[in-house]
Design a protein around this ligand. Structure first.
Ligand code: NCD
Length: 309
């Protein structure tokens, strides 16, 4: 049951809720495609606090709330809010919860959303906390896989790129690990998924550490490619060493399974050649578009919970 809940980590979402979200997102996708408008959130307000850059997450949350008939108030830069005057997360969130029915927050500090949820009297959705987690991205990633394969289990999934700092893969591997999947971790040595994180996974899944992209190319069903998170490097010389480590280009795509898909939370830098955007395996824009429908489902389940027609 999601009603009234904050989503800080993907662990806050039960497995049965995944399927509720998928079904509801499919209904909303159809409704929006048919050009119908909804009033399920009439009179409700969402506040969004984005203290780190964002295009997709913020806009898709705001679009989702508007599409449900609700409204949005937002702070898009820390420098435009009292955070710049030294206000604590606790105080900011106390105010936000008296101004709105649900809060979305992105913050550079890992753990910020947890703190926010402890002080908030309304549900808080983590839109990304530093190198921590990005649970709502995971829900739209899973929905995209579910739409394609009709399941989120018994698949071979390769997570590629920055597995150390990338919060999207941190949440995604936790979710995938609940099912029987085979997961390959493909990254430069200095960007491997941290042990402290891997140790938190109860292994239902077979995880292949330190895979080589060539070894997994012909068996993978889902490639989940990520950007190297330049802004999180302590030493930019290290970034120089790993820049351009992967390039998903035509030559690579030609060797993949016919039915494979390539996902990416975006923004991309140079990990995916735009020349393959038209390939039937390129799913990243479909994935980004799904963000609106999945977030509509999530908001509706948290704030209302009833059935949708
Ligand atoms: C990601 C993020 O912010 O973690 N973007 C997103 O929300 N779609 C990925 C990234 O910035 O590389």
């Amino acid at each position: 049951m999601l009603k009234g809940k904050s989503i800080v980590s993907i662990d806050d979402v039960e497995t049965e809720d995944f399927y509720e979200i998928f079904h509801r997102a499919s209904i909303f996708k159809k409704t929006v495609k048919e050009g119908k408008s909804l009033e399920l959130m009439k009179g409700r307000i969402m506040s969004t606090f984005f203290f780190e850059p964002s295009t997709r997450t913020r806009l898709s949350f705001e679009s989702a709330m508007n599409r449900l008939g609700g409204s949005v108030i937002s702070v898009s830069e820390a420098k435009n809010s009292s955070a710049a005057k030294g206000e604590t997360i606790a105080d900011t969130i106390r105010m936000a919860s008296s101004y709105s029915d649900i809060v979305v927050m992105r913050h550079p500090m890992e753990g910020a959303a947890r703190v926010a949820s402890e002080f908030s009297t309304v549900p808080v959705l983590n839109g990304g906390d530093g190198s921590g987690q990005h649970p709502t991205q995971t829900l739209l990633d899973l929905f995209t896989i579910w739409e394609k394969y009709g399941k989120i289990e018994d698949l071979e999934i390769s997570l590629v790129g920055d597995l150390k700092y990338g919060r999207t893969v941190h949440s995604l591997i936790k979710a995938l690990n609940r099912f029987n999947n085979k997961i390959n971790l493909v990254s430069p040595e200095i960007l491997q998924m941290p042990d402290h994180f891997l140790n938190t996974l109860k292994n239902r899944t077979k995880i292949n550490l330190n895979s080589n992209i060539d070894e997994v190319l012909q068996t993978t069903d889902v490639f989940y490619v990520t950007r190297i998170q330049k802004e999180r490097f302590v030493d930019l010389n290290d970034y120089q060493k790993v820049i351009g480590s992967y390039s998903f280009n035509q030559e690579l795509v030609d060797r993949m399974k016919d039915n494979a898909i390539i996902m990416h939370p975006l923004p991309r830098v140079d990990e995916i050649d735009p020349k393959i955007d038209g390939n039937k395996r390129a799913y990243y824009f479909i994935e980004a578009a799904n963000g609106v429908f999945v977030r509509m489902a999530l908001i509706d389940l948290i704030l209302r919970g009833g059935k949708v027609e």
